[in-house]
Design a protein around this ligand. Structure first.
Ligand SMILES: N[C@@H](CCC(=O)N[C@@H](CS)C(=O)NCC(=O)O)C(=O)O
Length: 290
């Protein structure tokens, strides 16, 4: 199992979809897949993961447009958990791949992740952007981690949307004001650090009497886990949230989740967020013509 954590699906050559081939994305032409944050890893190239039952029906790998961030990990974890084969197509957001027309054609919000499933509904390709919608898609497709029973599904949806509208954006802002603002702005730091603290408290309470956010392990947990792992950068102390900490440990002990969290793209590791050229791409974005 541990060995599989170093593997990522390699780039496939073509798809019949209207979706532009990934080879048109500069950084996707030859994805360099390597290195985790904690420990350097050898380049990884082997494509497939042992097919689970649902994956046996998925003969063509899903294309995952990806950069190793908490939003990206949601999808690598889910695809690993479902045993679906996938190709990783790096979207180097520090260099502007997210603005390339061929990427915008599938992800008009100029944000990764996005997927293209060559075997979508009716056997035709489908693309999906927005990580919450992407998580739901393989959930429906495989019947895994996204229950069909309406009550159980509502439980999952509530916590999934809680992550999409709350934890993710607030943790992102806390991280930004604490670590990336050109000068410290006390008001912004406090506002978002407090809000993340409140959200961690909500999660901690929720997890006091159940193992996972919606009872059973689901896409809600998969959506949240990556965002809570960088608690330090968000100005939090994990020991203040023992149920959250226990939940993190439980998820991280899952081999598939571990594999998903370990998938990195080589270029992502050395990105310097204080480099003016990186900041010019990522920050102060405004509406673009066309
Ligand atoms: N709501 C989006 C957010 C995705 C998002 O913010 N992605 C970031 C990386 S974590 C990105 O692509 N940033 C590119 C940019 O800021 O231009 C989702 O959940 O898919």
């Amino acid at each position: 199992m541990a060995r599989r954590s170093k593997r990522v699906a390699k780039t496939k050559s073509s798809t019949k979809s209207k979706i532009p081939a990934k080879s048109k994305l500069k950084s996707a032409a030859k994805p360099k897949l390597a290195a985790t944050r904690k420990s350097p890893r050898k380049a990884i190239s082997a494509p497939r993961h042992a097919p689970a039952k649902a994956a046996l029906r998925q003969s063509a790998p899903i294309d995952l447009y990806y950069w190793s961030t908490p939003n990206g990990w949601k999808i690598t974890i889910m695809l690993e958990e479902c045993g679906l084969p996938y190709n990783v197509i790096p979207v180097n957001i520090s260099k502007g791949d997210q603005f390339k027309p061929e990427f915008l054609a599938i992800a008009p919000n100029n944000r990764m992740p996005a997927i293209v499933d060559p075997q979508g509904p009716g056997g035709r390709p489908i693309s999906v952007f927005e990580s919450g919608a992407i998580l739901q898609y393989p959930g429906r497709k495989t019947g895994k981690f996204y229950p069909t029973d309406e009550r159980a599904r509502v439980e999952v949806d509530q916590w999934l949307f809680w992550q999409m509208g709350g934890l993710g954006p607030m943790a992102g802002q806390a991280n930004h004001f604490r670590n990336y603002a050109p000068e410290p702005i006390e008001y912004g730091i406090k506002r978002y650090t407090d809000e993340v603290n409140r959200l961690y408290g909500v999660m901690n309470k929720r997890l006091a009497d159940r193992e996972f956010l919606a009872g059973r392990y689901s896409i809600a947990d998969i959506a949240c886990i990556g965002w809570t792992l960088s608690w330090k950068r968000q100005g939090q102390e994990i020991d203040d949230f023992p149920n959250l900490k226990r939940w993190q440990d439980t998820i991280q002990a899952r081999p598939a989740a571990k594999r998903g969290l370990e998938i990195r793209v080589a270029d992502a590791v050395p990105v310097d967020m204080h480099d003016p050229s990186v900041r010019a791409v990522l920050f102060n974005q405004r509406a673009r013509a066309g």
